[in-house]
Design a protein around this ligand. Structure first.
Ligand code: PMV
Length: 326
């Protein structure tokens, strides 16, 4: 292959119905379907250059070399692309996040989505959105949901080809805003890959999985009908159910910190007082507070006034992963 280069951007996403646990770990086939919103305005921009002069892949994130473990994960993903394109050429990968690193936003979703789109284009592959989602999923499960635009459902599927994400509504369908309250920027002890691997050790996981289609159906319906009260209830229920599984896994995973719990309580109080607002929490102590655009400024200032809140980032529904013109 001659030197060949492409650049792509992708946004992270926040899951309203969470993915936790794999049925088949190496392919990242999830135990349950999930539903999310892309976080507009936040993105990873990645340039992939296949170059026959390179002896090994070289990966740079925000001008710093990745850890050996993270680099290996990128190389494994490039290997998937190389296998499809029938090439052995190594690549230079330059990646940049426009959101603060350590902000508790799952950068693996935007990272592997942007990497997938850029690497496929640079390798001369022309894949459909579905095929890109299948491929991104193998790098990081939630990355499958950062390929399509707006509000996205990832159907668990039964095999590699039918486990992919698709858009259920465009970004302008509903003016939701995610106010991300940062309470800690410490690196978490157990990341999501390790967490997925032990999810099945919680006796609560079976019940969570069995009930997923009910919660997913309620969430999809509330979202399509723009029914905030119903949406709020199921989003909080789903997040708390996942954390109950985490806390009862062996070893147990406690991601909440005291400010996390204080914000949960405050948000529930604000909702009881009539504000459209709810929370959801991923594998970390930071908390995603979801509201409607008309109330976002009010919610942000209330969050900033709470003890332990270091920063608040805001994101509206975002588009899908995109190739940038070269
Ligand atoms: O894609 P991963 O392996 O980073 O897993 C994501 C797990 C959660 O963020 C906790 C839930 C989700 O569905 O995004």
């Amino acid at each position: 292959m001659p030197v060949s280069k492409a650049t792509a951007v992708a946004s992270p996403n926040i899951a309203f119905i969470k993915y936790w646990g794999n049925r088949y770990h190496s392919l990242r086939l999830p135990v349950n379907s999930s539903l999310s919103m892309n976080l507009g305005g936040l993105f990873t921009r990645t340039t992939v250059t296949f170059d026959p002069a390179l002896a090994a892949d070289a990966v740079v994130l925000d001008r710093a070399a990745l850890s050996p473990e993270a680099s290996r994960r990128v190389t494994e993903h490039l290997d998937r692309v190389r296998a499809l394109a029938n090439t052995a050429t190594r690549a230079q990968v330059d990646s940049h996040n426009n959101f603060p690193t350590g902000a508790g936003i799952a950068s693996s979703a935007s990272g592997f989505a942007a990497l997938t789109v850029a690497a496929c284009a640079a390798a001369g592959l022309r894949l459909s959105e579905r095929e890109l989602s299948v491929l991104a999923r193998q790098g990081s499960g939630s990355a499958s949901r950062s390929i399509p635009a707006g509000f996205v459902e990832w159907q668990a599927g039964t095999n590699n080809d039918d486990s992919f994400a698709f858009s259920i509504a465009a970004p302008d369908h509903w003016a939701l805003v995610d106010c991300i309250a940062i309470v800690s920027d410490e690196h978490k002890a157990v990341g999501s890959t390790g967490g997925h691997a032990i999810a099945h050790t919680s006796p609560l996981q079976t019940a969570r999985i069995e009930d997923t289609l009910r919660r997913l159906g309620l969430c999809r319906e509330a979202l399509l009908a723009r029914d905030f009260p119903r949406f709020a209830e199921v989003v909080e229920e789903d997040s708390t159910m996942m954390h109950a599984v985490m806390m009862t896994s062996r070893p147990p995973l406690y991601y909440w910190q005291p400010p996390t719990l204080a914000i949960m309580e405050a948000v529930r109080g604000w909702r009881a007082g009539g504000l459209p607002v709810c929370f959801t929490i991923d594998a970390g102590p930071n908390i995603h507070v979801i509201t409607l655009a008309a109330h976002a400024a009010e919610i942000e200032s209330r969050l900033r006034a709470l003890p332990g809140v270091q920063n608040v980032l805001r994101a509206a529904p975002g588009g899908g992963a995109e190739l940038l013109g070269s």
